[in-house]
Write a protein that binds this ligand. Structure first.
Ligand SMILES: Cc1ncc(COP(=O)(O)O)c(C=O)c1O
Length: 380
């Protein structure tokens, strides 16, 4: 299978031939066939916008929701489309009824936009953010669970866990974390921004109260395609951030109309899932991406004399590698900008725990020679 991915499938994407794109993780990249499907929906909409919105969209959206639900092993009634994981997190946080003194627990590996949303809730309600300091680099899952457990208290109302962290590219031990966190009074929201496509998901089996995920990252859907899943017994009181006509008509109904918008990204989700079948199927693609990320991370860490942030069992299609010591005092954002300007390499760099880390992505269209160019560019 490996020989038929990488360079052999790159022509399916619009990515320019002269760039080395090692940052699929930030915004994904959408195959041409899926963009064509999105365009088809947009053209259909503009043939007669009224007919489309009133007579075509409701049924089409229901089908898209059913396609996505099958993929996530979920009940379509528990799924709402949102534009992105940030929107899913906002819908939950703004719907819950926090009181002064309540605590919302996040981890130090959590995504900044999510923490900012919690700060907004702090200002509005008097609830307080608590941060579990998860060590990095990581040796295994136990230190993650211990750090979260240490911060739980009687006041913790909500715990926000990432499925895969953004700055440290770590798959979190959700089963152990949720077992430790959840109770009748304490809810769990999983930020699965990176998980759909990268991991084989059975969302209800995860055991969270709320799960939001992006389809526009590792499922390669058009941008603006994401979902919020809510456990049936937690749906009362959860509303989209924008209230519209279907208010009080039930969870799935409310999320199906939040005002006039272009729904073509959501409507293309079935085509996106189908696209992966056409290039070998998701199980083989996941294995390719995971193996490529591991091979590249080990090669880079060895050449730079540094290390990988997270052990192999906690890694998927991304990995973080520490940059050589001479980059310690270089402002993190200048490094990706220089790599882009000088070498046409797109890859993110973050400081974490005082050290600069590069986060590589391994997508179906990537191949090992691209990481070798990154290796040499940092040494040059
Ligand atoms: C862990 C995590 N959560 C949330 C997001 C936000 O995704 P979006 O911008 O699509 O809302 C990201 C984006 O990279 C992320 O990595």
């Amino acid at each position: 299978m490996a020989a038929s991915l990488g360079q052999a499938v790159r022509h399916h994407w619009n990515l320019r031939d002269d760039i080395i794109f090692l940052n699929h993780g930030s915004y994904g990249a959408t195959p041409k066939a899926v963009l064509a499907e999105q365009r088809r929906w947009q053209d259909l909409m503009e043939e007669n916008p009224v007919n489309f919105m009133r007579r075509v969209l409701p049924e089409a959206l229901e089908k898209a929701r059913a396609d996505l639900a099958r993929f996530l092993r979920a009940d379509p009634a528990d799924l709402g489309f949102v534009e992105n994981a940030t929107g899913g997190v906002n819908a939950v946080l703004r719907s819950l009824d926090f009181q002064p003194g309540d605590e919302i627990l996040v981890t130090s590996h959590g995504y900044n936009a999510v923490k900012q949303t919690v700060h907004f809730i702090e200002e509005k309600t008097g609830a307080a953010i608590e941060i579990a300091e998860v060590p990095f680099p990581l040796e295994g899952p136990d230190s993650i669970v211990a750090a979260v457990k240490a911060k739980l208290s009687d006041r913790t109302r909500l715990v926000i866990l990432d499925h895969i962290t953004s700055p440290t590219a770590t798959i979190q031990p959700l089963k152990e974390l949720i077992a430790a966190c959840k109770s009748e009074r304490r809810l769990v929201l999983v930020d699965g921004a990176h998980a759909p496509g990268m991991l084989d998901l059975d969302v209800p089996a995860i055991g969270a109260d709320f799960y939001t995920g992006n389809c526009h990252k590792w499922l390669c859907a058009p941008k603006g395609c994401a979902f919020l899943w809510v456990a049936p017994d937690r749906q009362a009181g959860i509303h989209p951030t924008t209230i519209s006509h279907p208010f009080r008509q039930g969870f799935a109904e409310e999320f199906s109309w939040t005002g006039t918008r272009d729904a073509s990204a959501w409507l293309s989700v079935g085509a996106t899932i189908g696209f992966f079948d056409s290039i070998g199927g998701l199980p083989a693609i996941r294995a390719y991406c995971r193996d490529l990320a591991t091979e590249a991370a080990e090669m880079l860490a060895q050449a730079w004399g540094t290390g990988i942030g997270t052990p192999a069992p906690l890694r998927g299609s991304m990995a973080t590698i520490r940059l050589p010591d001479r980059f310690r005092d270089v402002p993190a954002q200048t490094i990706p900008d220089k790599l882009w300007e000088k070498h046409r390499i797109e890859v993110p760099v973050h400081h974490f725990g005082g050290d600069p880390w590069v986060r590589i992505s391994a997508a179906p269209y990537n191949h090992i020679q691209e990481y070798e160019i990154l290796r040499d560019s940092m040494l040059g």
